[in-house]
Structures are given as C-alpha cells and as structure tokens.
Design a protein around this ligand. Sequence first.
Ligand code: UD1
Length: 418
Amino acid sequence: MPKLKIVGGRRLSGEIVVDGAKNSAVALIPASILCDETVEINNVPDISDIDALEEILDYLGVKVERGKHSIVFNDTKIDNKFIPCSMSGKLRASYYFMGAILGKYKHVDMCFPGGCSIGERPINLHLKGFEKLGAVVREDDGRVIIDADELVGAEIFLDFPSVGATINIILAAVKARGKTVIDNAAKEPHVIDVCNFLNSMGACISGIGTGRIEIIGVDHLHATKHNVVPDMIEAGTYVIIASLLGKNLKVSNLDPLHIESLTSKLEEAGVNLEIGDDYISVADVGEYKGIDIKTMVYPGFPTDLQQPMTPFLVSCEGISHIEETIWENRFQNVADTIKMGASIEVSSDNKVATIYGSSKLVGKEVSATDLRGGASMVICGLIAEGETIIDNISYILRGYDDIVGKLNRVGADIKIVD
Ligand code: UD1
C-alpha cells in the first residue's frame, strides 16, 4: 500500500492554489441528476471521492465527460436501480443520491452511505425530511428504500443544522409541488453553492445562507454551467501550514470570509496574516501562544479544521484546549501526535483535548485514521525533525487535490512511496 514519506523542517515559500470544495462538489454531482438538460461543472477537485461518485453514475447508466477539474453531463437520465453497499459505502456523500433521485424519480433504493468513522453519523434528519415531503421510507438491513406517489412542500424543522440533511431535503424539494420551508438550516458555503447551482437551472430557492430556506417547487430544470466554490477546509489546512512554516507563503483562490473563524484564532495565537480579497499569506513565522477552540456549525470554527489545527497548538507556548461538539470520535489523530512527541490529554468523554505546548515533534511511522486526521499527520510530518511515514493515505487522497504536488512546489520534502 502506498505511504507518504515526509522529511520535516523545511520552510515553505511560494503559492498554493486552493481547488474547488469537496463538500460542495460531492453534492453538485448527484444534484445534476435533477436537471432535465445538460450540466457542466468546473473547478471540480481531482480527488477519489469524485471517482467514487463517477462509479455510481456509470453504474446508473449516466455517461459523464470528466476532465481533470470538470465534469459534463450530456444526459442526466438514470437507470434507477439498487445502488449496492460496495458503491454507496465508499463515501459519505453518496447519501445525496437519495434526495436527487427521490426528487426526480420518486423512488430510491440504495445502501446506507459510508465515510470516515468520526462518529455515529446518523441520517435520521434526512429521512425525516423526506417523510415530511410525503415519502415513505423503509430500512432493511443497511438498505434504504424510499417511495413517494407525489412530493408535496412542507414545513421542516431540523433538530440540528445538519449540512447533509439541509442539502438532501433541498434536492428532494426543488421539484416538489408547492412550498417547502427548512428551519434551522445549515449555512455553510457549500450549502449556499448547491442552492446557487440549483437556482442557475431554474430552481426557486430563497433564504440561501440563512437558517430559514424556502423552496418553491418547479417542474423543469434547464441547462447550466457552474464553478465549484473554493474549498474552505483545504484553504484552512494550508493557512495553518503557512502559519507554522511559511516564508512568504501565499494561499490563494480562497474566500477569507469562509475561514474567518480560523484566521481570528490564528491571529489570537500571534500569527501575522496578510488577508487579501482572495488570498492569505504569511511572511514569516513567529512565537505563538496557546488558545482555546470550540467546534461549531458555520460560521463557527469548523470541526473539519480541528484536527489540522492540533499540530499548530502543539507548537504554541502554553496550554490550549480543543472542544469538539459535532462528532463523537474526532481525536483519533491524537495518539500518533503523542507518538511523535506531543503532550496531549483527551477527556474521558472524548470531547475535550488539552494540549500542553510547545513540544518538538520527531518523525515516526504513523497512520491516517480519517481524512482530516490524515491532514493533521501531514502537518505533524512537515514540522517534525527527521522522517515521517504515514500509512493509510487513501483517506487523505479522498479530500485533498494534489496535496503532494502542492506542498512539494513550495519547498516541502514529501512523496508517495510504496
Ligand atoms: C458534513 C461534511 C463533514 C463535516 C460535517 C460538519 C460532507 C460530505 N461532509 O458532513 O466533512 O464534518 O458536515 O461540518 O459535506 N446529525 C444527526 N442526524 C442526521 C444528520 C446529522 O444527528 O440526520 C448530526 C451528526 O451526528 C453530527 C451533526 O449532526 O453530530 C453534524 O452532521 P452533518 O452536518 O449532517 O454532517 P455531514 O453532512 O454528514
């Protein structure tokens, strides 16, 4: 199995260009099925989660033209058959086929989604939303079968502003009869991107980016061309790296507003960031002091940046805390970070990590336990003394487009080895 080999301690200079958002692209692609004409999506990240979606589309008989960073649907008709666990289980976002196929064909039959094991990851809010729209949901040994004679707009309150449930219910509602209201909706940039994409095809969605989204159903969705919004998590990961190792390192093609929760924390720790319209750069690194972080839904500090932030906090002077409020199992990277020399304690309920800085990390053989945990180990490797080998890198390649090339081009010593 391929591994990542990193020789740490290199200062990084130049420019890292952020690609399109994984969490947006993985929704836009299933959402394209709803369109009745052709769809072109650009700025699609070249990651294995997109390969997994393409495999499902191919199985459903949808032939797409895939470029390195684009995908074109010339025909969105599907052969609406059972999607097996071997395909849906490859990624979390396969659940968007539920909303999209239900919205267009009123019948879905597929296995539960997969994804990183960062928590229980229920989809009860998605299914409850479909039921509110008039669908009947049956679950059978890991299989979900959803049927509706007709989908009719409804008032839906989400117990939690779930990204997946918000998007999935929107997908099911765009062609439903009448008005659907989603209260306590998610506000993440990728939710906004999916709404803008659907509206560009003629959908009627308002309240985009607020906690109350209204959807008036339409019968027909016409052709569109769309650019995926920049990936706020990829951007944040590289801004953290720049804070630790940058020497005139610029991270570009991002929206600084999307990661204000991160940049305000980095500045609180003492990082000197230059924040432009679409870039963030670090001229030089300094001495940083410990800070406390609590993960929240957008615009709060994103859970997906909590793990990449850990090596930063390890390098800060004094004590830092990370409180994880979204997922139950998001400190899996801590054990290997300790193995490399960090001093971290995780509370018995797995909710708070206390990080005692400023430890010097030493290269070791470690493992990517999940996507963002893997990114965290890459950062540990970049700042550590000596050689770090990271196993299970398929997790990392699911979500970071050309991470090895991007880091190498700014001076890191990182390569994939067998
Ligand atoms: C998405 C992101 C993931 C990110 C997460 C939170 C994708 C493909 N993945 O995941 O990277 O970590 O948002 O920003 O976009 N919940 C329920 N019932 C549900 C759905 C969710 O209880 O039906 C709970 C979850 O257990 C979790 C919280 O809501 O505690 C957040 O989940 P959600 O926002 O749905 O995350 P995902 O959409 O799966």
